[in-house]
Design a protein around this ligand. Structure first.
Ligand SMILES: Nc1ncnc2c1ncn2[C@@H]1O[C@H](COP(=O)(O)OP(=O)(O)OP(=O)(O)O)[C@@H](O)[C@H]1O
Ligand SMILES: [Mg+2]
Length: 302
């Protein structure tokens, strides 16, 4: 479990964030012609469809000419490789133990997708220290300029890994299904991200609703409660309806967008991907903040 000390370190970092002069200097150094769009796909409850959404959005975005990197940030139980039917030789556990660097382990998926695979069944990966996570993000930062979009597939829940990877992104997309438990857990996740990490903007993707009306109701329900109790804003980003083709394609270890490109779910993925590539990216400098923090922290640790 992450210690109180590490939490305090993050809080101290929040103060650094307010140092505008320093931030401006870091931004100058890191300014990119077209900044990579960093999107975390996350959820409070498990099994709501994050990995399928990341993989299919990544595929649809790649097909339309974007250079996409998928970061499987479900570090202990990564399974994006299973979903894509690929068997990477190395994964992030090899990066953590120093055997490989991030660029060594990136593998190709369908439609030229780039995948950063996680390990499965290595318990230590679920409880990385802050230093280990920052070291990994620093390594990732050195390759990120090559990509238009980085999609982060987080684990479910409110572990330190999940919270950290969410705060590293420019945009946080929360996946929720119509189940009350999923809605409650999405609320809890946004509450923690807002109160402890000052994240105020979220995009909502409703998955596995039976109708678009039901999906809209899920958004309204969540929005009503958050408006009442939290100082955050939730944008309804879109919905993917319950579609048997998703289950079928998972069994075949193929993407539904590849296997059944005109089914309901695949059409929704294409719509969401288009929305991502046409909307202006959310301007937020979290990635730079994280990297700045990483550098400072590492320096202090030397
Ligand atoms: N739109 C959908 N229609 C039908 N079934 C779906 C849909 N989306 C997801 N599923 C089913 O839900 C299962 C879980 O999906 P997925 O693995 O993407 O969830 P997850 O949120 O990544 O889970 P975890 O929290 O364990 O990482 C899929 O294997 C699939 O069977
Ligand atoms: Mg998953």
């Amino acid at each position: 479990m992450e210690s109180k000390r590490q939490e305090n370190k993050i809080i101290r970092f929040e103060n650094i964030r307010n140092n505008r002069n320093r931030k401006a200097k870091v931004m100058d150094k890191k300014r990119r012609k077209t900044p990579t769009r960093i999107i975390a796909i996350t959820s409070g409850k498990g099994g709501v469809g994050k990995t399928n959404i990341v993989a299919n959005l990544g595929y649809a975005l790649s097909k339309t000419g974007n250079k996409v990197l998928i970061f499987d940030a479900d570090l202990g139980l990564g399974n994006i490789d299973i979903l894509l039917g690929i068997t990477p030789q190395y994964n992030l556990s090899h990066v953590i133990n120093g055997e490989k660097s991030i660029s060594d382990i990136i593998v190709k998926g369908p439609a030229n997708l780039n995948i950063l695979p996680a390990s499965s069944g290595i318990q230590e990966m679920t409880g990385l220290s802050l230093d280990q996570r920052l070291e990994m993000l620093k390594d990732l930062d050195s390759v990120i300029d090559k990509y238009d979009i980085l999609l982060i597939d987080t684990a479910a829940g409110i572990s330190s890994n999940v919270l950290h990877f969410n705060t590293s992104a420019n945009e946080i997309m929360v996946v929720v299904t119509p189940e009350p438990t999923s809605i409650t857990d999405a609320y809890a996740l946004m509450k923690i991200l807002s109160l402890k990490y000052d994240e105020k903007d979220f995009k909502l993707i409703v998955n596995s609703a039976v109708t678009m009306d039901e999906a809209g109701d899920v958004f309204r329900q969540l929005n009503m409660v958050t408006n009442r109790f939290l100082d955050i804003s939730i944008e309804y980003f879109g919905a993917i309806l319950l579609d048997d083709n998703v289950k079928k394609s998972v069994k075949q270890q193929k993407l539904v967008s590849e296997l059944a490109p005109v089914c309901t779910a695949s059409r929704s993925f294409a719509v969401l991907a288009k929305k991502i590539s046409t909307l202006p990216p959310q301007v937020k400098t979290n990635w730079d903040r994280q990297m700045d923090w990483a550098q400072m922290h590492m320096h202090r640790a030397d």
